[in-house]
Design a protein around this ligand. Structure first.
Ligand SMILES: [Zn+2]
Length: 157
């Protein structure tokens, strides 16, 4: 089964275990039709918690899309079992956070959105609902230190 993996890299200051919160997290991606190479114009939202019927079969997938150009119906699944955290030990390298199983399409773009969470390295305090569309700065009251996530990058393989 062809897969597309999302790898991220970030500078974590005094935080670790950066991750998307739950199985219902909505990943924001753009896909390309493998048949005609048309890339979706709009951001597409996919979640491992949602299922759509596949036309003409009894199967289901987390995301089904019809190519605007060639009209082919393609689909993908979010492999929740591959969901991983990005930890302080992973910095500053790239590490995989999620894999998509792709049928007829490829994931070509990814957007960090909001809803991410992490914990303070020393305090263990959870910081939730982080908006990673920009750099994030906060103060960890328990550990008495500034915390931040910056230099966010991603790679799709
Ligand atoms: Zn197409």
């Amino acid at each position: 089964m062809p897969t597309c993996k999302i790898l991220i890299s970030a500078q974590l200051d005094n935080v670790t275990n950066l991750q998307t919160p739950g199985d219902d997290y909505q990943y924001s991606i753009k896909t390309k039709c493998n048949g005609c190479h048309e890339v979706s114009e709009k951001w597409q939202v996919v979640s491992g918690d949602e299922e759509t019927d596949l036309p003409g079969s009894r199967g289901k997938a987390n995301f089904v899309t019809k190519c605007k150009m060639c009209k082919k119906v393609n689909n993908l699944d979010v492999c929740l079992s591959t969901k991983k955290m990005y930890t302080a030990d992973d910095t500053p390298g790239f590490s995989e956070i999620i894999t998509f199983e792709c049928r007829g399409l490829s994931v070509v773009d990814f957007r960090f959105g909001d809803g991410w969470k992490c914990i303070g390295v020393d305090s263990g305090v959870e910081f939730a609902n982080l908006d990673l569309s920009q750099e994030w700065y906060e103060y960890d009251e328990e550990a008495n230190c500034p915390v931040s996530i910056s230099d966010l990058k991603y790679k799709i393989v």
